[in-house]
Design a protein around this ligand. Structure first.
Ligand SMILES: [Zn+2]
Length: 207
């Protein structure tokens, strides 16, 4: 038995991710006995999958910030904005809360999520025993905070509505917006495929 007490793995039990049924590991080869969902002791290939998704999201983070997220066409003239130039434009216009919101949701949060996941991946890969509880909290924060990136989608649609109400302008979404949406979605999958129990598995082993 581990120092932390009896774990499901110690007892030879697994829990279904879908319906929560706990069953002996040996009886779960064909999936959950109740709902037939695949049952695993740990999320399969968690490190490999999370690493691949983090790399993909980090790569797309570049076009998301370099290319325009939208072009506002007004009186035949078009003006393109990247996320950062949009933030600067909000500051110039004195719209500080909106500037902070976009800066936070679109630039800082995705970057912190990717850095946090990378840190967790490296620490698990190196079988680190350093502050497992804090790392679990970090994982929970990364997973929770991801949904706030979606605020950006609201901001863009709000802006589109405002501009279109006000004048004869049209908003054309740019490749930056597509990349940004991909970063948000892929990072969510990355956070979901990471198994925080991996942090604790090494702690259960006798040193
Ligand atoms: Zn089930």
């Amino acid at each position: 038995m581990s120092r932390a007490g009896l774990t499901a793995a110690d007892a030879g039990l697994v829990a279904c991710h879908a319906c929560g049924l706990v069953m002996p590991a040996g009886s779960a080869h064909d999936g959950c006995r109740r709902c037939r969902a695949p049952v695993h002791q740990r999320k399969p290939d968690s490190l490999q999958r999370t690493t691949a998704l983090v790399l993909a999201a980090a790569t797309l983070y570049i076009p998301a910030n370099v290319f325009p997220i939208m072009t506002v066409v007004s009186f035949g003239k078009g003006q393109s904005d990247t996320i950062l130039s949009g933030v600067v434009a909000f500051i110039d216009a004195g719209m500080y809360p909106l500037a902070m919101l976009v800066l936070f949701a679109s630039i800082i949060v995705p970057m912190l999520k990717l850095v946090g996941l990378t840190f967790l991946l490296i620490s698990v890969h190196r079988r680190s025993r350093w502050r497992p509880r804090d790392r679990t909290v970090l994982y929970r924060v990364v997973e929770y905070v991801g949904r706030w990136s979606m605020i950006d989608v609201f901001v863009i649609s709000l802006l589109a509505a405002l501009v279109q109400l006000g004048s004869i302008a049209t908003i054309v979404p740019g490749i930056g917006a597509t990349s940004f949406a991909a970063v948000v979605v892929i990072t969510m999958f990355a956070a979901a495929s990471f198994d925080p129990r991996l942090i604790w598995d090494v702690m259960e082993e006798e040193s």
